[in-house]
Design a protein around this ligand. Structure first.
Ligand SMILES: *[C@@H]1O[C@H](CO)[C@@H](O)[C@H](O)[C@H]1NC(C)=O
Ligand SMILES: *[C@@H]1O[C@H](CO)[C@@H](O)[C@H](O)[C@H]1NC(C)=O
Ligand SMILES: *[C@@H]1O[C@H](CO)[C@@H](O)[C@H](O)[C@H]1NC(C)=O
Length: 327
């Protein structure tokens, strides 16, 4: 594969694709009608052009198109759907994760979407929006179904968790969150996923918005972060409170808790950052959060952690259904 390309595509619940060959999908279930169309490179903010109808509403999104996109608009691209937090915007989240600043981030189309977990926007079906958005994207861009990922911060992170818990999450190869507001997840049995999920989350221990230790908020009961991470380990095949499946690594300024379950190494990972508030962790502070929250920590370049996690996960499919998940 040439260095500048990779892609991603996804379909509805039945997707297919093949290896990351330089040609689009050979399975009929995948819509590749967006392949071959050219698009201006760079960031395009949410507006009437970047919008779609979903659930009776007009939903807008921002998108980052890799600089190399038009070199071969027939080449399937990896894709990250990146969800912003409460009172955020697609541009705000673009400036938080800054995937575009990373050489390997350039491999991805990044779709920046507005959402919120159920409680914050009652009656808005963001799972359906996500599935509709993917379908819309496949008609507009050339996407590689094996490499579709979700990331998000705060309410956006809580939605990424909700997505991982849902059937709609089957189209995603991995999930990355920061400061996740987990309004919709308060028990190990709460999820509907039938396949393992690669879960990554970072949380500041000085987060005064979404406490590391959980508790009541907005009429819900938020989980303690390490307890919640343990639920995901169980959902992915670990025994409850297993000692041999969990590893803790001390770093300067943070620690990393990793679970390996069912032969899936580091399938659930959590970064707890000691001196960080309600922020997307950054070594430079050069992001939107730094202007709005206590983001005193500079020890963790979380975007590179997320990109590394995504680079190790892909979906494989045969016969029109996702059947294998490799890690
Ligand atoms: C899981 O299924 C239950 C029962 O159908 C539903 O109420 C809930 O919203 C689902 N959760 C997700 C994340 O799909
Ligand atoms: C963050 O927490 C650490 C202890 O974990 C503490 O020393 C530090 O003062 C806290 N910073 C803020 C701004 O609360
Ligand atoms: C991006 O983040 C920087 C650093 O906090 C900030 O100065 C700038 O205003 C932000 N831009 C946007 C569009 O949020």
């Amino acid at each position: 594969m040439s260095a500048s390309v990779r892609a991603i595509l996804t379909g509805t619940l039945l997707l297919t694709t093949f290896a990351f060959a330089s040609k689009p999908n050979s399975f009929s279930a995948v819509d590749t009608s967006g392949c071959g169309l050219t698009h201006a490179a760079g960031y395009h903010d949410a507006d009437d052009t970047n919008s779609l109808q979903s659930g009776g509403l007009t939903r807008k999104y921002g998108i980052y198109v890799p600089q190399s996109y038009n070199d071969n608009p027939n080449k399937p691209r990896k894709l990250i759907l990146d969800y912003h937090g409460n009172n955020g915007t697609p541009l705000y989240q673009y400036n938080n994760t800054r995937y575009f600043d990373y050489p390997n981030g350039e491999e991805y189309l990044t779709q920046l979407a507005s959402t919120s977990p159920g409680r914050a926007r009652q009656g808005v079906d963001d799972l359906q929006f996500t599935t509709d958005l993917l379908a819309h994207l496949r008609q507009t861009y050339c996407i590689d179904s094996n490499h579709v990922y979700a990331s998000g911060k705060s309410n956006g992170g809580g939605f990424v968790d909700f997505l991982a818990c849902s059937k709609n999450g089957d189209e995603f190869a991995a999930f990355g969150m920061a400061s996740a507001a987990l309004y919709s997840d308060n028990g190990v049995e709460q999820c509907n996923n039938t396949r393992p999920r690669a879960i990554l989350e970072a949380h500041g221990m000085n987060d005064t918005t979404i406490s590391y230790y959980g508790g009541p908020r907005n009429g819900a009961m938020l989980p303690d972060i390490q307890t919640w991470i343990g639920w995901w380990a169980q959902r992915d095949g670990c025994k409850a409170n297993c000692a041999d499946c969990m590893e803790v690594q001390q770093r300067s300024g943070y620690e990393v808790i990793s679970y390996s379950c069912g032969g899936l190494k580091d399938v659930v990972q959590h970064y707890d950052v000691f001196d960080l508030g309600h922020c997307w962790p950054s070594t430079t502070g050069d992001n939107s959060d730094s202007a709005r929250s206590y983001c005193g920590d500079r020890s963790l370049d979380y975007t590179s952690v997320v990109l590394d996690s995504f680079s190790r996960r892909s979906l494989q499919s045969t016969s029109g259904q996702w059947q294998e998940w490799s890690i």
